[in-house]
Design a protein around this ligand. Structure first.
Ligand code: HEC
Length: 397
């Protein structure tokens, strides 16, 4: 019985919930930013209404109006948008712990980067997530935060510095996921600590007929604008975990910095459009340049190929796989922290190696994801040997 599959199922369901909640959160956030930007005033509207927007969806018409002052009547049931954000974070955090902290020696620690113990690595992870929020929040409330451009520049520099720092303590993959978790936590922190509490005070004031402090609304708006610009980069970082070429390069921090710039520009184009301004099409090539630079950096950052003497025999490949892969990919793995053959993939017999030659080539020579975090210290020459063997027909001779 493969009871271990139940754990994989649990992980799949947690991941699924995290993504579904994230879709709901980002969807409502994009929707309201666009709705707010498209509101138009009209003389026939109630004086307290800032503007209205007409929309058609699902075969009916919606007339959306925004009251900036309390209307005469408010139903008992008012819809708040917060659980999408909280659920995304809660399930994301469970994933972070179950994948990266429970198996820190496999996923988070890369001994060639820093010799942290699994416990220390997890501690650094959690502490930096908390510190990231505190620094960001202080920054927004300081004089730097009073000017959007100044804040954006300082925030960007700090984000790139955090990426650089993470890449010097964790595995590439662990570093990228922490950048994503850091930004995601800041976004949820904005909802939990600032936007919702401020909104609660404003609603209370409006219902009591008091004029709410405009600073509360301004602060909530600033934070929700930050969240809006951070969505595209954060989704990219989450996906990059499945594309090792993004982080398995010595320029990984520059790759992410370039991606941040590109995705900010894409978001900016949409925001200008929603606000009814005709955004310049030049923003698209402007966004393409840093994205192409990111792709170029991943190519430049590949290690130089080494020259091999003579042709590669199967016995040589078998030897490499036995020492570099089979500690994990066997019916009974011997690598600490690996209980079962990962994803059921095993290379313990010649037949299994031959049958999965394409997978081995792909993972060890092309994407270079395997050996995971190079835990078994495969050499450049060995990768090259696998590559040459595969390209010359992957024979069993
Ligand atoms: C330290 C343990 C470890 C070592 C050593 C290791 N792997 Fe893996 N491998 C894993 C884990 C864990 C996964 C599951 C990947 C994941 O969860 O992202 C995996 C997944 C794979 C996959 C499936 C990838 C996919 O996404 O479908 C292949 C193929 C693979 N490894 C090949 C290799 C090869 C080839 C080597 C040797 C060059 C190797 N592995 C060495 C731990 C290891």
């Amino acid at each position: 019985m493969h009871w271990g599959l139940l754990i994989d199922w649990a992980e799949l369901l947690v991941r699924w919930t995290h993504i579904v909640a994230g879709i709901a959160w980002i969807g409502s956030s994009f929707y309201f930013i666009a709705l707010d930007a498209s509101l138009l005033p009209h003389p026939r509207l109630d004086k307290r209404v800032k503007g209205e927007a007409w929309q058609v969806h699902g075969g009916g018409f919606y007339q959306m109006q925004k009251y900036t002052v309390a209307p005469d009547y408010l139903p008992d049931h008012l819809t708040w948008f917060k659980w999408e954000a909280y659920t995304t974070w809660i399930f994301g955090f469970i994933l972070l712990v179950s994948v990266y902290y429970v198996n820190a020696s496999v996923y988070l620690v890369d001994k060639s980067v820093a010799g942290l113990t699994p416990l220390a690595a997890s501690g650094v992870g959690i502490a930096t997530l908390a510190a990231g929020w505190l620094v960001y929040d202080r920054l927004c409330k300081s004089w730097i935060g009073q000017n959007t451009l100044r804040l954006a520049v300082v925030g960007f520099v700090l984000l790139v510095a955090a990426t650089y720092g993470y890449l010097h303590v964790f595995s590439g993959r662990g570093a990228f996921i922490h950048v994503g978790a850091l930004v995601g936590s800041i976004m949820v922190g904005n909802v939990f600590f600032i936007i919702i509490p401020n909104q609660k005070i404003v609603v209370k004031d409006l219902l009591a007929g008091r004029v709410p402090d405009p600073a509360l609304g301004a602060q909530a708006k600033q934070r929700s604008l930050h969240n809006n610009y951070l969505t595209l980069p954060v989704v990219f970082v989450m996906l990059s975990n499945h594309y090792a070429f993004t982080y398995a390069t010595k320029y990984a921090w520059l790759v992410l910095a370039a991606v941040f710039i590109s995705t900010f520009l894409v978001r900016h184009w949409f925001n200008l459009g929603h606000a009814g301004q005709k955004p310049s099409w030049l923003l698209w090539p402007a966004a393409a340049v840093p994205m192409l630079a990111a792709a170029g950096l991943t190519i430049l950052g590949q290690p130089a190929s080494v020259a091999l003497s003579g042709s590669v025999k199967f016995a040589g490949v078998q030897q490499i796989v036995a020492t570099r892969c089979v500690t994990c990919h066997a019916p009974r793995p011997t690598f600490e922290g690996i209980e079962e053959a990962p994803k059921g993939i095993m290379f313990d017999t010649p037949a299994r190696i031959l049958a999965q030659s394409a997978l081995i080539y792909q993972q060890a020579a092309v994407t270079r994801i395997m050996p995971l975090n190079n835990a078994t210290e495969i050499t450049e020459e060995e990768r090259q040997m696998i590559s040459q063997w595969y390209q010359s027909g992957a024979s069993g001779q």
